[in-house]
Design a protein. Structure first.
Length: 312
C-alpha cells in the first residue's frame, strides 16, 4: 500500500518514524523489536489456551475465560514498548521523546475524526457487500433497537465486535508498531507488522483439527485466514501510523468483523441485471476507497505529531 507521504514531506508534515529520522534510525537494530513482538504475539495467543476446557470457542464458558485472558494480556502488553523505548534500543529513537500513551495512540486530541473517518472509509471499501445486504433487507435490522440490545447480550457478538478487535489492535498495533517503527520505514512497517497478526491467527488450525474437519480442509481454511488477516493488518497498520490513534484501526476492525468476508459466491449466483449492478458497486467501492485513502487519513486532521512531525 502506497503511503502518499512516506517518502517525502506533504504539506506541513513529515514522517517522524525512526527510519525517516536519519542517523538516529541507523543506530536502532530491529532484532530486539522483532523478538519482543514475537514474544507479545505468543503471550496473546498462549493466554487463550491456559484454560483447560472441552468446550468450543463459541461456548459461553470459553468466551468468558478468554475475556479474562486478553484483559490480563492488555494490562501487561504496554510494558513491552515502554521498556523498549525507555531502557532498550528504542531509546535512540525520536519516539522515545513521547509518552508511552502517545506512541500507543491513546490520546484525546483527534479522537472524533479517529472514530468517524476510518469507519466511513472502511464502509466505502465494503460498498458492494453493503448493497448486497440492502437487497436482502438486512439494513432494516439495523434500525431495530432490539437488534442492538440482543447483540450486546450475546457473548459471541461482543467478542467479535468489541473485545477481539480492541484487544488485538491494542496488542498488535498499539504495542507492536511503536517498537517496529524505531527501525523500519513506513513502507516496511506496513508490510512487516501485519505478519505477526496473520501468524497469530494460525492457532485456529488446532481448533479446526480438534473439530475433526480434516487436515487438508483445516490447513486450507487456516492459510486463507492467515492471508486475509495479514492483508487487513496492512490496512490497520497504515491507519495507525497515519492517524496516530489506536481508535482508527479498532473502528475499521470492528466494522470488518461485522461484515465478514465478502459473499463472492452469493454475488456470482445473483441473476442479471442485479449481478452486474453489484459488481459495479464492488468496483466503485474499491476505487473510491483508494482515492479517499490519503485524504481521509491525513495526519494533521488527527493531530498526529507522534509518527508525523511538523516539517522543519
Amino acid at each position: 500500500m502506497e503511503d502518499p507521504v512516506a517518502d517525502e514531506c506533504s504539506g506541513d508534515l513529515c514522517p517522524a518514524s525512526a527510519a525517516a529520522a536519519g542517523a538516529a534510525a541507523a543506530e536502532v537494530p530491529c532484532v530486539s523489536a522483532v523478538l519482543l513482538c514475537c514474544s507479545l504475539g505468543l503471550l496473546y495467543v498462549g493466554s487463550l489456551y491456559v484454560w483447560r476446557s472441552g468446550f468450543s470457542r463459541d461456548h459461553p464458558a470459553t468466551i468468558r475465560r478468554r475475556f479474562v485472558s486478553v484483559l490480563l494480556v492488555s494490562l501487561v502488553s504496554p510494558l513491552f514498548p515502554h521498556l523498549y523505548l525507555q531502557y532498550g534500543p528504542g531509546r535512540a529513537s525520536p519516539l522515545a521523546d513521547h509518552s508511552i500513551w502517545q506512541v500507543m495512540g491513546l490520546r484525546l486530541s483527534g479522537l472524533l475524526p479517529a472514530l468517524l473517518l476510518p469507519y466511513l472509509l472502511t464502509a466505502v471499501l465494503f460498498l458492494g457487500p453493503l448493497v448486497q445486504q440492502y437487497h436482502v433487507g438486512h439494513w432494516n435490522i439495523y434500525l431495530e433497537p432490539m437488534y442492538w440490545w440482543q447483540s450486546l447480550r450475546n457473548l459471541v457478538w461482543v467478542r467479535n465486535h468489541i473485545v477481539a478487535p480492541f484487544s488485538e489492535e491494542f496488542t498488535f498495533r498499539a504495542c507492536m508498531v511503536p517498537m517496529l517503527a524505531t527501525c523500519m520505514s513506513p513502507q516496511q512497517l506496513y508490510f512487516c507488522a501485519p505478519l505477526f497478526f496473520g501468524i497469530a491467527h494460525l492457532h485456529h488450525l488446532m481448533e479446526r483439527l480438534s473439530q475433526r474437519q480434516g487436515v487438508l480442509n483445516a490447513l486450507a481454511a487456516s492459510l486463507f485466514q492467515f492471508a486475509y488477516t495479514t492483508v487487513f493488518g496492512v490496512y490497520s497498520a497504515y491507519l495507525f501510523v497515519r492517524t496516530g490513534h489506536m481508535t482508527a484501526p479498532f473502528m475499521a476492525h470492528a466494522f470488518c468483523n461485522h461484515m465478514g468476508f465478502p459473499d463472492v459466491t452469493g454475488l456470482l449466483a445473483e441473476p442479471e441485471p442485479r449481478r452486474a449492478k453489484l459488481v459495479l458497486a464492488y468496483v466503485t467501492g474499491l476505487v473510491v476507497w483508494y482515492l479517499l485513502l490519503g485524504a481521509l487519513t491525513t495526519p494533521a486532521v488527527y493531530g498526529n505529531t507522534v509518527y508525523y512531525s511538523a516539517a522543519v
